[in-house]
Design a binder for this molecule. Structure first.
Ligand code: PMP
Length: 326
């Protein structure tokens, strides 16, 4: 399930079928599994949506062969889209707020994409606006817009969800994943709830992010260092469907930072802060199942580790908490 045992024709075919690995921590009676998305060729979960969105948009004629895709992105989506665009004969331009990791921007450029930076203080909202301005200026350009494109969640409904169920023979009690665009969680959740409507679905966000407000939790907006998940304006995260989510688990920067060091030292997982935040939340869910606060169809919790820590070494991710910069 986790490997590609026959020779493949293109790097696109190496996307998906990532390993699902049991975490050694957690309560005795509940198994926690993490899906290691750094095994994708662009080393993140976003390769899945890069391939899926570009293939579907070409099929539907949203963009012609030889056209251009323009995307506002924190980086991983850019890398995934750049691989797909290059392999499927499109140009790629990415609009990236300055604060996002320089490694990701270098990788997008290495794959042949053009990068346009927007000021950090203008947020993702400005990057989105700029992408549409550019698309208007060019012929044959399309903005996949991962924050509102149903194909984003559909990619996970079609691939990540079924892979998890196949690996665990359908024994999935809870699904726990961080929400940036929320495409990953929504796609998996939709698939999971079709298999068993009692599956517990938990969203993970940094403390200071406002996803929880959508479900009625009192939250205080604040900055956070955890990269890749969270929102300051849930109305721009159009894929997030509160109907599919049982609860939102906030995780502090400090807790996520401790956990990413622990995951490296104790379990050999070189993962970044969105994965470690997901791990913290998955362990909370597992404890709630173990102590009877939560009842789930199976005593298993599945979470997603979206990318690897190598991409954030320049931000001092393994240094002291104060050395780690957002
Ligand atoms: N972790 C990282 C490192 C990411 O780049 C992203 C995407 N922004 C996520 C988690 C969240 O994935 P999604 O957009 O599918 O919610």
């Amino acid at each position: 399930m986790t490997t590609h045992e026959r020779p493949l024709d293109s790097v696109l075919e190496t996307i998906g079928r990532t390993p699902l690995v049991r975490l050694q921590d957690g309560p005795d009676g509940v198994r926690i599994y993490a899906k290691l998305e750094s095994f994708n060729p662009g080393a993140s979960v976003k390769d899945r949506i890069g391939r899926y969105m570009v293939e579907r948009m070409l099929e539907r004629g949203d963009v012609p062969a030889g056209g251009t895709i323009i995307e506002p992105t924190a980086g991983n989506t850019g890398i995934g889209l750049a691989i797909a665009a290059q392999q499927l004969g499109l140009d790629a331009i990415f609009v990236v707020p300055e604060r996002f990791s320089v490694e990701k921007q270098q990788l997008m450029a290495a794959l042949g994409a053009d990068i346009i930076n927007t000021p950090t203080e203008d947020g993702m909202g400005r990057a989105i606006e700029r992408a549409y301005e550019l698309a208007d200026e060019l012929d044959d350009a399309v903005v996949p817009q991962q924050f509102s494109n149903p194909l984003n969640a559909e990619a996970h409904y079609a691939t990540t969800g079924p892979e998890i169920y196949e690996a665990l023979d359908g024994e999935v009690g809870a699904v726990v994943a961080g929400c940036g665009t929320a495409g990953t969680l929504m796609g998996i959740a939709r698939y999971a709830l079709e298999q068993d409507p009692d599956t517990y679905v938990a969203a993970v966000e940094p403390e200071g992010s406002l996803y929880g407000e959508v479900l009625g939790a009192a939250r205080k907006e604040d900055e956070y260092k955890i990269e890749g998940i969270g929102t300051h304006d849930p109305s721009t995260n159009e894929l997030f469907d509160p109907e599919l989510v049982d609860d939102v688990y906030p995780v502090s920067d400090e807790r996520a930072h401790d956990e990413l060091k622990h995951l490296a030292r104790a379990e050999g997982h070189l993962v970044a802060s969105s994965a470690s935040a997901a791990s913290v939340a998955a362990k909370r869910v597992a404890s709630e199942i173990d102590n009877g606060e939560l009842t789930t169809p199976h005593e298993t919790v599945v979470t997603i580790f979206p990318d690897s820590s190598e991409r954030y070494l320049s931000k001092g991710i393994y240094g002291s908490f104060d050395e780690w910069s957002s």
